[in-house]
Design a protein around this ligand. Structure first.
Ligand code: GLV
Length: 309
């Protein structure tokens, strides 16, 4: 009846404490810290576990992710045949939306330029379009993209979204399919990437996509770096086709010191912090799923092995 906890060596303790509080009936053993009898493990709660490890527990009933992404499951070809439950923590989606709002405001209201003006004690109000004329487009309308779109709309921005398949979100003009991508891109002042990384989306945002965005528009990445073709983005920024980019995720992390993003005048780099997962809220979501699973009820969201997310 034991939970195996493996947060890739980081901060296992706060997860362990929260699990003990919220699922007191299950002893929690930390991978690499506690002696574990493989026969006792019924649930594994993991982030970047060593590939192959999850096969070692013959009584394993389900696997739960400790983070939103699914790459650690994609990179383990030996996952046992039990349900793999991803983490859909509403607190993470909310915080990522706040991160996006920060950059939308920065680009729309020109806060970076005011900071620069302040250095020279310049009092000069810059022209902007009204909020209800500034158009924000979210690429990828999964759980996080949908929340971002909804919340930006709540601040009065004109919000649209694009996804490979048809979606409906109140107050958001939804586009779907490759044939609608160009029109969607051309209709926005800022494009936000919320696509999950999958076999289909690797380098999906390349030269054609950036060229189809409006001249002078902005780009925000909150998903995974590998969805973006870096050379294509840099070219769009160098040629001033795009006016700026706020990037929180990179193909290689930490972003190598010599990478051009660090020094590009129109790129803002943040160290993959837009949606930190906090054990207090995440464990509430996971425990709810465990209790449902124990009762034979559906758990959500399940990792789709074929799609890779
Ligand atoms: C962070 O990027 C996560 O997937 O939780």
């Amino acid at each position: 009846m034991t939970i195996l906890l493996n947060n890739h060596g980081y901060d296992n303790e706060s997860w362990r404490k929260e699990l003990c509080l919220q699922l007191p009936e299950f002893p929690v053993k930390v991978f690499g810290e506690h002696p574990i009898d493989p026969e006792e493990v019924v649930y594994a709660m993991v982030w970047n576990h060593p590939p192959g490890d999850l096969r070692r527990y013959p009584k394993l009933k389900a696997i739960f992710s400790l983070g939103a992404g699914a790459e650690h499951f994609v990179s383990d070809p030996t996952l046992p045949d039990v349900p793999v439950v991803l983490l859909a923590d509403p607190a993470v989606a909310r915080d990522m939306s706040a991160h996006v709002l920060y950059w939308v405001l920065t680009f729309h209201r020109r806060y970076g330029e005011y900071r620069a003006q302040q250095q020279d004690r310049i009092w000069h109000r810059k022209p902007i379009v009204p909020t209800d004329r500034f158009r924000a487009g979210v690429v990828g309308l999964g759980r996080i993209g949908t929340e971002v779109a909804r919340r930006l709309g709540g601040f009065g921005y004109v919000v649209s979204g694009w996804d490979a398949s048809q979606r409906e979100i109140e107050g958001v003009q939804c586009y779907s399919g490759m044939e609608a991508l160009g029109e969607f891109l051309d209709n926005n002042d800022v494009v936000i990437n919320a696509l999950p990384l999958s076999h289909q989306t690797r380098h999906f945002l390349g030269g054609g996509v950036f060229a189809a965005m409006r001249k002078g528009s902005f780009f925000i990445n909150i998903s995974r770096g590998a969805v973006v073709h870096d050379d294509a983005l840099l070219e769009a920024l160098d040629s001033s086709h795009l006016a700026g980019a706020a990037l929180d995720a990179f193909a290689e992390e930490p972003l190598p010191a010599e990478h051009r993003y660090w020094s590009h005048p129109n790129v803002f780099v943040t160290p993959h912090m837009s949606g930190a997962t906090f054990p207090s809220s995440a464990v509430a979501v996971i425990s709810n799923n465990v209790r449902r699973f124990e009762k034979g009820l559906e758990v959500y969201p399940l990792f789709n092995r074929e799609a890779g997310y």
